[in-house]
Structures are given as structure tokens and as C-alpha cells.
Ligand binder design. Sequence first.
Ligand SMILES: [Zn+2]
Length: 335
Amino acid sequence: MLMKTLRPSPISSTVDFDKDGVQHGFLRLPYSRDDSAWGSVMIPVCVVRNGTGPTALLTGGNHGDEYEGPIALYDLARSLDAKNVSGTVIIVPAMNYPAFRAGTRTSPIDKGNMNRSFPGRPDGTVTEKIADYFQRELLPRADIVLDFHSGGRTLDFVPFCAAHVLPDKQQEKKAFDAVEAFAAPYSVQMLEIDTVGMYDTAAEEMGKVFVTTELGGGGTSRAETVRIAKRGVLNVLRHSGIVAGAVEKQPTRWLDMPSGDCFCFAEDEGMIEPLVDLGEPMKEGQVVARIYPVGRTGAAPAEIATKMSGILAARHFPGLVKAGDCVSVTAVVVD
Ligand SMILES: [Zn+2]
């Protein structure tokens, strides 16, 4: 009987993940198209290795319109010296490179959302092929995985590092210890709206220590959130024993997202009037935003009320909102 085996990934790496030193190269994905018959997508990758030791896999640009992670990781890739490393650091600052180049959340090639494409397919779309390479080639190498996110063009967050509640409590504790080490102003036990196809889930199901962030948003970055990202990634490497030195501790407030009641979605389209700013406290039932119908004057706005007490952890970013958009996320302060 023939065994059905997955075909190898079409992606080839120009760096050798098992070689000591600093290498800058590409994950080259063949992509035949109108403007390049035998062309490729060239995803930048850096590997810094010094002997045996743990491996950290660091990614930004999973969504192409989020910038703190790519800034911190391009900076780390050009500054990390192999002699300061024990083990291996794999840096992919712009994971969904076509999306990153377009400044969009999803890929302009196939509309693929990288964080809904796992485990991917070697014979799938461009986005699925990248996901498959991470699933079968990069994740298995990693002991700790840090995947940077921010709100992108349509959300804005208080700056936080996060991990998920997991069935394996030892794995969960290691992840929350790494979140604490990242030392963002907020640390979150994060609840996902929809975990199917997430990179997070793929890494966690492989037993990896997985931490993620939400460091701002609006399709740009700020000096403060970039500083948090740069400090956080070095702290995670120090915490993992890959880079020498003590974790640079900062006060952090722990937040919990205990249920789907954290999320408020618009049921109307219109113009948003925010009544609460990020980080401000809210009481259950409090109106956090109004949505004005803009087609006529004299119409009353729809009110968005938080279903639980806490702080405003995230908000819709653009001034106009559509039905179904996430308007606000409430997180509960853990004392
Ligand atoms: Zn994201």
C-alpha cells in the first residue's frame, strides 16, 4: 500500500539554520506571475547561532500592517552579535512578506490571512505555502516562539504581551513567565475570537512556549511602543538563556479576558464617537462609544455598552465603522 506523504515545501532557505555565526538571507518561494515568469517571493530571514542551546523563533509581519514587531526585529537582526548568543535565534521580521510590502493585513496575492492559514499546504496558495514552511520546518526547531502583533489599520491596543490559557499547565506557566519577562506595560491572559488556523495554536499544539503581543495599532507605530518591542524581545532572549544578562524588569499590569463578553461588535454603520480612551476604567453597562448614522441629521446614535467592568484594552481605530466591526475590547484587571 502506498503511504500518502506530504510533498516537500517549495520554499528553500539561503541560510543554514545549523551553522554558527550571523547569516542574512531569504526564504525563497517560487511564484510564477505576469511580471516574473520564473520569479520568487523573497522573505528576509536572519539566523544567529552560537553552539548548542535553546532556539528562539521571532516573527513580525504575520499581519502586514503592524509595525512594532518588524521594527524591533530588523533592528535586532542587524545588531545581534553571535558571540552574545548561546543557542540559536531565527528572525523573520516580515512573515507574510507580500502583505507587509503592500501595507495590508492580508496578502495582496491571494488575500491570505497568515494567522488563519495554519497548518498551511505545500501545494496551496502563497500564504498557505509560507504557513506550511513554518509548520514543518521552523516551528519544530524552536523552543520559544515570539510572534509580534499590533492592531493594524483597524484596531488600536494598550501595549501588551500575552499568552493563552492552555490544557498543559506546565507549558502555560512557561509561556506566562516569558510574558512577564517581556515586561510590557500590560500582560494578558488572552482569549481569541477564533483559534482555527492560528500560528499561535499551531505552535502551542506542538508543545512550544508561545508568546504574542498587541503593541498599538492604527497601521503605524509610536516611539513608546517601539521601545517596548525592542526591550521585550531582548528580555525574552535573556529570560530563555539565549542572550546573557538580567531581564530589564518594568512594572506590568496583568489583565484577563475571561469570556466572549470582552468583545463589543457594531450592529450599525456610521461614525464612532469614543467616550472612553484606551487604558481607562469602565463599569459594566457603561456606554463606551456611540455610532452616529451619518445619512441624516436628527437621528439618535447607537450606543455600545461594555458587558463587563474592566479597562478599555482595544478599540476600533478608523473614525467610520461598519456593522460587524469590533468596536471595543474590555479586559479585567487581575490584582
Ligand atoms: Zn496581527
